[in-house]
Design a protein around this ligand. Structure first.
Ligand code: ADP
Ligand code: MG
Length: 362
């Protein structure tokens, strides 16, 4: 476990299968996993191999991703008091939400089969098992936020959406004021919080086409917003024995486990392409570029590090503690194997490799 303690992103790649539509229209498969963390992209004018901590190909099960990505260790480190974060990154439709939640978000009516549950539900199960085996001295609570157009919205608060202020204090660092933090003790409770967030993040469905449009609208909306689910894990301090006078010598630990479903990366363009530069695209660009920038500055050796510009976006401010300091980050770059997605796939792999350099220069 010691080798996993370095506070840098551990990038892994997941290649989803070709969808029915892609197969039907005859898209070529241009991405192949070579084993040992190597992924190969080959198309007419491109031929490149990238190396990562792990690569999961189209045949990889949800369980294989949970076990092979280091997610289980991340959960254990969070219980030990670390700030742990997992990001899902990639273009819209590349499998970010599927990896984090499974197909659950797509159909609210039918519960997903247990084999298809994503990293989130598997982590919750792992946390609750640990909590039970420790005689429930872990107090678990969750908060769920969305960043849309550089505005922070609480996905757990009922009623009309309102933007919450992001503040900074010496003791707490960056924090969201008036954010709801809901305690939970069972899998059902946390999964229903998750669903509540998913429902809240989709705009109100219109008229009679309710179900169909809501699934569609959810995908449209969620590809433009970042969703952050944070689990706060507090080890309840044991009552010290009576001879133990200094209670402070028996501290309680507090760790966090944050799941970040990032906005679709296809809107990241280094050179601002002229034309429709909407507010939306601008804020997605800004936060994903700021995240990439912080990650590449963190890649420099400690002595040579300049100021890390966490303040450049709300996303990086909220993630400041996990990215720097005692944070441990796992990044899952999601890609499509289709020839039609080639340029976005290459850009995702480049972004993730930049994060990889962080791991090799501790
Ligand atoms: P994103 O959140 O990146 O926009 P989704 O997770 O919604 O993408 O995935 C897009 C589609 O591909 C969904 O229909 C999803 O069920 C399917 N999909 C994604 N990854 C996989 C996978 N590993 N296995 C099977 N289907 C997948
Ligand atoms: Mg999604």
């Amino acid at each position: 476990a010691a080798t996993r303690l370095c506070p840098h992103p551990h990038p892994t790649v997941r290649v989803r299968p070709l969808t029915c539509t892609e197969t039907r229209r005859g898209d070529q498969q241009v991405v192949h996993s070579l084993g040992d963390g190597a992924v190969h992209v080959s198309a007419a004018r491109h031929d490149a191999t990238f190396g990562f901590s792990a690569v999961f190909d189209a045949g990889a099960s949800q369980e294989a991703v949970f076990e092979g990505s280091g997610m289980r260790q991340l959960v254990e480190l969070a219980i030990d008091g670390f700030s742990c974060t997992v990001f899902a990154f990639g273009q819209t439709g590349s499998g970010k939400t599927y990896t984090l939640m499974g197909p659950l978000a797509q159909s609210e009516t039918q519960p997903a089969s247990p084999a298809l549950l994503g990293l989130m539900q598997r982590s919750f199960t792992c946390l609750l098992d640990q909590s039970r085996s420790r005689g429930s001295d872990l107090a678990l609570s969750a908060s769920y936020l969305e960043i849309y157009n550089e505005q922070i919205r609480d996905l757990l608060s009922p009623g009309p959406p309102c933007a919450l202020p992001l503040r900074w204090s010496k003791t707490r660092g960056f924090y969201v004021e008036n954010q709801l933090n809901v305690e939970f003790e069972s899998l059902e409770a946390i999964v229903s919080l998750l669903l509540q967030g998913v429902v809240q993040s989709s705009p109100p469905p219109a008229g009679s086409q309710r179900r169909r449009t809501s699934a569609h609208a959810l995908n449209r909306h969620s590809s433009r917003s970042h969703a952050l689910l944070t689990i706060h894990i507090r080890s309840r301090a044991h009552h010290p024995p009576t001879w133990f006078l200094q209670a402070s010598a028996c501290p309680s630990k507090q760790g966090t486990l944050c799941f970040v479903d990032l906005a679709g990366s296809e809107r990241v363009k280094e050179t601002g392409s002229s034309g429709e530069l909407s507010v939306e695209a601008n804020s997605i660009n800004r936060s994903l570029l700021a995240l990439g920038h912080c990650i590449s500055l963190l890649a420099k050796p400690r002595g040579k590090r300049t100021h890390i510009p966490y303040r450049d976006s709300k996303l990086t401010r909220l993630l400041a503690r996990s990215l720097g300091g005692s944070g441990i980050t796992l990044m899952v770059a999601c890609i499509s194997p289709s020839s039609r997605c080639l340029s976005e796939t290459l850009s995702t792999l480049h972004y993730a490799s930049r994060a990889r350099r962080v791991t090799t220069r501790p």
